[in-house]
Design a protein around this ligand. Structure first.
Ligand code: C2E
Ligand code: MG
Ligand code: MG
Length: 756
């Protein structure tokens, strides 16, 4: 750069013309030098001129660039004076106002703003001019012709450079789109809120820490009732008025369920309202996922289903009552023909599967038509109702007794163990007519005829069993009414005997028809008497002397066994004591008394025995109780305990009919027993049946090993006698030595023995 470069253009021009003037005035020897200098100046000037031109151009280009940047910046720039008059603005700003720049320049900014914005602008400028801080305000622009409201955000700061005239610089950012997007979100939210508010049931959006993020009006109402702070409410406070999350079965936690399953779910909560009313709520809950598929909470809605459930319950009851009507007889309330057939078919099914028997009883009232014809129909109805009531009183709830129509009734008896069982029930039904029917001041004496068919003997279908029971019923009518008949004659005969025996059993005790027979027990080697077994008999007026097998099972069925057992025990002990005192038997000998299963299970067995021993004065060691192996095996009370107590009393205990049950050696070892009695069925085939030989041998060996006494029943031959001695059996009982006999015969037998 030359040394003149700091001079302005006009100064250089002035220096040049001064040099020329001096040149013309002074013509001395330095003229060449001067000219040369001048020449140099000129060249320098020209260079400078060119530089200047270029700089000027560059400046202008930069200025144009800035002007363009200024004009088209995405931000509006305004320069305003203190009164808000627009001194300058860029094209973007003019664009925001929707007008030409020239039209706006020099006019107040307020004219570009929406009505009512003046005050805001005034405050904005006042604040800006009174500080050197940036001031920010949102303005609404004057609505353009398209009617779209535009929003701007103005940042204003006082213009520091222009200190002569106070002015400020304002940046305008068009926020219309952003505002519109924000507004859209707000509108959407409001819309959604309106939607959930429109739902009657409480809805809550719940975060993972049980906080309620959003709720509808219904939920708010619940919360407000409990004065819960909506900002910090937890779901369990609102739904259950409690201070900890739901957990029990009554309140399964919906959030936990969704976290486990990640699926929508439904639970029912039992609520007790503040007034104490019980309500049931169905809570529907769905997971709320974030953008990454993680559960961020749940949406829960509660629906009071109390009335709904009550309605369902009512409906169910009604359905049941319709079903009941369709299947029951309206007069008596008993199952009708339809239900009867259904139940019988099921019962046949079960009996088939379990290989058990069942019986169908067909009952027809005798001369019912006469009742109906002689009196009005309401009398007939009353008789049928009364009959149904009397029948029902005889059965358990699960027995089926039905009215087939008219004066016909049917009964299903399941699990009958013996064919004759049905006859006992038939007898009970007939007895139900013994009392006269008192209807409208009339006393009516009625009876019925009953037919019995058995499954599977008389049929294996509903139709067949009913038809055959019906046929049998007609035979009962022919037999003179007020009776029953089986479908087969042979069964009827047998059943009659049982029914007869069962009904006269009680009298047997009262009328002293029971007697004890005695069968002596012998030392097998010496053949000396060492004890005696008491065996009961029934001396029946019509049927003669009856063996225990005929009536003991009947006594067990009808509970007479208690009374009978007590009588036998007392009679046996008394007889033994008498024989000991009179020297017929020695005082170290025992009398064996059989106990039935029912007796063994009875609670006061021990007391009864104790009392009998005291009353008769017999020593406990002289009494042996025989309990069959099967009874011991299936006894309902603790067999071992009962036996233990009996042993404590001092009496002996023998297992009767040993070998017929299936007791294990292990079980046997634990029982406090004193003797095994080998069942006569094993003894009777010795020595021909090798199996029986082996079993007898094994029982004797086992008894000896367990240090138990062993007695063989039913010894009938010398061969059996010898075999038993060889095997080590000590005692025997059987026709070979003596049959059971009456007490008189027994005394005579002993006398005879003594004489031999
Ligand atoms: P049990 O206790 O096994 O009695 C033995 C049965 O075998 C008796 O029949 C007896 O007469 C019979 N017997 C004895 N020796 C022989 C023989 O050599 N050959 C044959 N074939 N039989 C023989 P009973 O008196 O008819 O008694 C039958 C069952 O009735 C008894 O079997 C017993 O279980 C029961 N029983 C008898 N008396 C009573 C009693 O007073 N109370 C109870 N609950 N049951 C009794
Ligand atoms: Mg016995
Ligand atoms: Mg026996």
């Amino acid at each position: 750069m030359s040394r003149y470069s700091n001079l302005s253009h006009s100064e250089l021009e002035r220096m040049l013309s001064e040099s020329e003037r001096l040149l013309r005035a002074d013509t001395d020897s330095d003229t060449d030098y001067l000219l040369h200098n001048l020449q140099l100046h000129k060249i320098e000037l020209e260079i400078q001129n060119r530089d200047l031109m270029e700089s000027q151009k560059e400046l202008e280009s930069i200025r144009d660039q800035y002007a363009e940047l200024y004009d088209f910046a995405p931000v509006g720039y305004l320069t305003l004076d203190k009164n808000g008059i627009i001194n300058n603005l860029n094209i973007s700003a003019a664009g925001m106002f929707g007008a030409e720049r020239s039209h706006i320049m020099g006019r107040p900014l307020s004219t570009q703003l929406a009505a009512g914005m003046g005050r805001l602008l005034f405050d904005h400028l006042r604040q800006a001019f009174s500080s050197d801080q940036k001031v920010t305000t949102d303005f609404i622009l004057k609505t353009a012709s398209k009617g779209i409201t535009r929003y701007v955000r103005a940042d204003t700061i006082v213009h520091a450079d222009l200190d002569s005239e106070a002015s400020c610089l304002m940046n305008l950012i068009d926020t219309t789109e952003r505002r519109r997007a924000e507004q859209a979100v707000i509108d959407e939210r409001t819309f959604l809120q309106h939607v959930i508010d429109g739902v009657d049931n409480p809805i809550m959006v719940i975060s993972l820490d049980y906080k309620v993020l959003r709720m509808n009006d219904a939920a708010k109402r619940v919360a407000n009732m409990q004065k819960i702070d909506l900002e910090h409410a937890c779901c369990y406070q609102i739904s259950h008025y409690r201070e900890r999350p739901c957990d029990s079965e009554d309140y399964p936690c919906p959030l936990k369920i969704v976290l486990q399953t990640r699926l929508p779910s439904k639970v029912v909560h039992n609520h007790v309202s503040e007034m104490g009313a019980q309500r049931k709520f169905e809570i529907s809950v769905s997971p709320l996922f974030d953008d990454h598929g993680e559960i961020m909470g749940v949406i829960e809605s509660a629906h009071d289903i109390t009335e709904h459930l009550e309605l369902l319950e009512e409906l169910k009851e009604r359905q049941l009552s319709y079903a009941h009507l369709a299947q029951h007889d309206p007069l008596t309330g008993l199952p009708n023909r339809l239900l009867f057939a259904d139940r019988l078919s099921q019962a046949i099914h079960v009996a088939h599967r379990n290989k058990t028997k069942l019986a169908v009883l067909f009952i027809d009232l005798d001369r019912f038509k006469e009742v109906n014809d002689s009196f009005d129909h309401s009398c007939g109805d009353a008789v049928l109702k009364e009959t149904a009531d009397r029948f029902q009183a005889l059965f358990r709830e699960d027995d089926t007794i039905a009215r087939m129509g008219g004066d016909e009734f049917t009964v299903i008896l399941t699990h009958i163990k013996k064919d004759s069982h049905a006859a006992l029930v038939a007898k009970k039904l007939l007895n139900a007519f013994k009392q006269p029917f008192k209807i409208k001041k009339h006393k009516l004496f009625l009876s019925a005829s009953i037919g019995i068919s058995l499954y599977p003997d008389h049929g294996d279908s509903v139709d067949e069993l009913v038809r055959n029971a019906d046929t049998a019923m007609y035979r009962a009518k022919e037999e003179g009414r007020n009776t029953f008949q089986y479908y087969t004659l042979e069964l009827t005969a047998r059943a009659f005997e049982r029914v007869y025996l069962a009904s006269s059993l009680h009298n047997a005790i009262l009328q002293n028809e029971l007697i004890l027979y005695y069968q002596p027990q012998f030392e097998l080697i010496t053949q000396e008497i060492c004890g005696v077994e008491a065996l009961v008999r029934w001396q029946n007026a019509d049927l003669g002397l009856l063996a225990p097998d005929k009536f003991i099972p009947l006594a067990e069925e009808s509970e007479v066994i208690g009374e009978m057992g007590a009588w036998i025990m007392k009679e046996a002990c008394q007889q033994m004591k008498t024989w000991q005192e009179s020297g017929v038997l020695r005082s170290d000998m025992t009398i064996s008394v059989n106990l039935s299963g029912k007796q063994f299970d009875h609670n006061n067995l021990l007391e009864e025995i104790e009392q009998t021993l005291t009353a008769t004065g017999l020593s406990p060691s002289c009494l042996e109780l025989e309990i069959t192996e099967t009874t011991m095996m299936r006894s309902t009370r603790g067999t071992s305990e009962t036996l233990g107590m009996l042993r404590k009393l001092g009496v002996k205990v023998a297992i009767d009919d040993f070998g017929t049950g299936y007791s294990s050696l292990n079980y046997l070892k634990q029982l406090p027993i004193t003797r095994l009695k080998i069942d006569k069925s094993f003894v009777s085939d010795i020595p021909d049946n090798l199996n029986d030989v082996a079993i007898s041998k094994a029982i004797i060996a086992m008894a000896n090993n367990l240090l138990l006494d062993v007695l063989a029943e039913g010894v009938e031959t010398g061969e059996q006698h010898q075999f038993l001695i060889q095997q080590g059996c000590r005692v025997g009982q059987g026709y070979l030595f003596a049959r059971p006999m009456s007490s008189d015969q027994f005394e005579a037998f002993i006398q005879q023995k003594l004489q031999d």
